[in-house]
Design a protein around this ligand. Sequence first.
Ligand SMILES: Cc1cc2nc3c(=O)[nH]c(=O)nc-3n(C[C@H](O)[C@H](O)[C@H](O)COP(=O)(O)OP(=O)(O)OC[C@H]3O[C@@H](n4cnc5c(N)ncnc54)[C@H](O)[C@@H]3O)c2cc1C
Length: 421
Amino acid sequence: MKTTRRSVLKAIGGISLGGFLSTMGFGRTGSESFGYSQTENETDVLVVGGGPAGIIAAIQAARAGAKTYLLERGSQLGGNTTTGGVSFPGLFDAWGKQIIAGIGWELVKDVVTLDGGNLPDFSKVPDSHWMNQVHVNQFLYVLLAEEKCQQAGVQIAYHEFPQAITKTDEGWLVDCYGFGTRRRVKCKQIIDCTGGAVVVGLLGFQRLREEETQPGSMLFKLDKANNPGRPNGPGAGLLDAIYVHGADSSNSRTVTATNLTGRKSILEKVRKENRRLMHMQPEAGFRESYRILGETIITQEDYTSGRVFKDSISNAFYPVDLHTKDGVKPKPLQPGTVPTVPLSALVPKGSSNIIVAGRCVSSDRLANSGLRVQASCMAMGQAAGAAAALAVKLNITPMKVPLTNIQELLIANKAIVPKTS
Ligand SMILES: Cc1cc2nc3c(=O)[nH]c(=O)nc-3n(C[C@H](O)[C@H](O)[C@H](O)COP(=O)(O)OP(=O)(O)OC[C@H]3O[C@@H](n4cnc5c(N)ncnc54)[C@H](O)[C@@H]3O)c2cc1C
């Protein structure tokens, strides 16, 4: 039998990268210049950031028929859920019923099911809010997120980030860099899901940020010295966390400084306590950086009163949960209260053809300390993906898309939408 490269790869259980490379815009479509592999792409929607908000935004936009690219600076999807190790997304329920569903819930439910785990019973109101967070296997989560993106037709570009953006008559020209790669993307709509509104900052729109921000946390697991055992459970089960004050996800330097500080603290702990390091996430988890100044700012009062705005498109639920140097004292919401997010809080003030989703939602700091949790970010992501896809179809900016069109598309994709009238 003739031995080909493909048959060798098959025999050793490997896979060929050829197909991936050509669909990702490398290979034949790229050209070499100054040592960079260059490529140009045209797309309807460009999602930047592949965390809880970005994954769901991209899948929703693609399922609605928009050609969609997803840029992620890291090497996997999931953001804080996977790379940061916060593998317990919440909260999908409030006061005995499910209030967030849709594509985010589909992903979480499928991960738990494939992993043989149990889902919380949302008909029961737990004694403490965190009890109904859903524990997911962070490794499986990455695999299913990738699979669902690819099945929807989303093109994923890892290790890439936008470096310069120019406005055009049809939308945007976005110059992106990776290591050894350059990509110029012509797109109609951008969804900024970077956590810290990096794209909004690049475009020069106003962002909000206080002098003090919440600490990040580096997640890890220690065990007894000389204990030969393995950490409990796939995805490492429950991890310990150490605060990294001043943690900032804004750029490569601030992320580097955060990771170095977090790891140094863990090393000190290992030495001081004479324990064995069993597990450590590759990056710190980030709670807070920039938020956008949107067409609407969600205030603490809006959040804690469960205000329904005339353009509310998703629900949220979590206590006001501000971490400081003294720790955290969550302030639970009053029984029956379910906060909501209006479309106008996802749109940078004075902008067109760009929308955000996730923890950078336009909100004051205390409202943001509750809004930032993963289920709420997923629901915002689905709403932003729907609004962007419809904006492409109607050739208008997301704020001008009739609310009923967005609501109908979201409901068709199993999202739970607040009643606005
Ligand atoms: C320690 C800790 C504990 C938490 N506890 C909980 C909890 O119990 N339950 C809960 O639900 N939530 C919890 N959270 C909050 C939650 O995890 C985050 O707020 C949530 O992940 C935010 O989602 P996001 O998609 O907005 O942003 P992120 O998760 O931050 O994802 C942003 C993504 O964008 C990428 N990115 C950033 N900049 C660029 C760029 N320039 N180009 C390309 N890609 C870029 C990042 O690599 C990342 O993948 C916790 C957070 C932390 C840190």
